[in-house]
Write a protein that binds this ligand. Sequence first.
Ligand SMILES: [Zn+2]
Ligand SMILES: [Zn+2]
Length: 376
Amino acid sequence: MATDYYETLGVRRDATPEEIKKAFRRLARELHPDVNPDPKTQDRFKEINNAYEVLSDPQKRQMYDLGGDPLSSGGGGGGGFGQAGFGFSDIMDAFFGQASQRGPRSRTRRGQDAMIRIEVALEEAAFGTTRDIQVDTAVTCNTCNGEGAAPGTTAQTCDMCRGRGEVSQVTKSFLGQVMTSRPCPQCQGFGTVVPHPCAECAGDGRIRARRTLTVKIPAGVDSGTRIQLAGEGEVGPGGGPAGDLYVEIVEVPHNTFQRRGDDLHCTVTIPMTAASLGTKVPLQTLDGIEEIDIRPGTQSGQSIPLHGRGITHLRGGGRGDLVVHVEVQTPNKLDPEQEELIKRLAKLRGEERPSGQFTPGQQGLFSRLKDAFNGR
Ligand SMILES: [Zn+2]
Ligand SMILES: [Zn+2]
């Protein structure tokens, strides 16, 4: 009774060599005796091996297609099991895919990076400062110096894998010897075992600790600026090198100034009379009190720039500007005498029945925006 090799592998008669190989690999993974020791399955495994031996070889496949059976006497040079004609590497490939990386893995690894956020005031961002910060981190265990072994003891070569970190198992099958490798269960692939772990760190080589660090915050930082402190993160397991610590700046909003880039903006509200007659108003700037000179006839929406009174540029030095925006308050809740005075003023200025001046758009708002864009 002739077997249908195509049916055995579940491929069409015109299947490409690639399709045949794929079908075989899939079945071999499913039916390999190591995976599935059931006798029926093993018979089936033999069948797919036979089928693949024939269909993967162009000559044997042709012979089979013409009605012969290359595996019975007279065909294919009498090859039997154990000297299968197809490459043994096909089977290995089916199981292990790409060659895995060899050798024991190191107990020593780099520590993780850490991040901490700190709040800074606008003045600190403007001129820079230093800060002591506390970080909870992992530091090298002093008891074992990061090695993880109790004092007086050392890690020893694993006797199960002889330090290789992996163990191999040779299985005899009708195909010959099949060797499988897996990480050593005794040492978890490290190649060494620690018979007496350090009691202080439970063998990790590091302990949790709170450290105080002095951080230099340069002038010009802004919310979101990150300062990298190389090697100030957590130390790694097994005494591995420390990761980095990132300090992220969060700027606290200021009572008077709004920051836009390196410029500062604020608004001063003055009565109409002061705007008309002119005045000086004191302003607490980052550099101390300054008299803001309101010129006679100042309009609402005008801005007064104080050059170089803003935030220090983070790169390149120099400073942004401080821009004071003027808002003129119209007097209301007039008593009879005030009303009389303003009426008199209107009469003197010929403004009793003003026609108003109409222009397109929102003049006041527009000029204010323009000022902001021009950095005035
Ligand atoms: Zn320790
Ligand atoms: Zn081992």
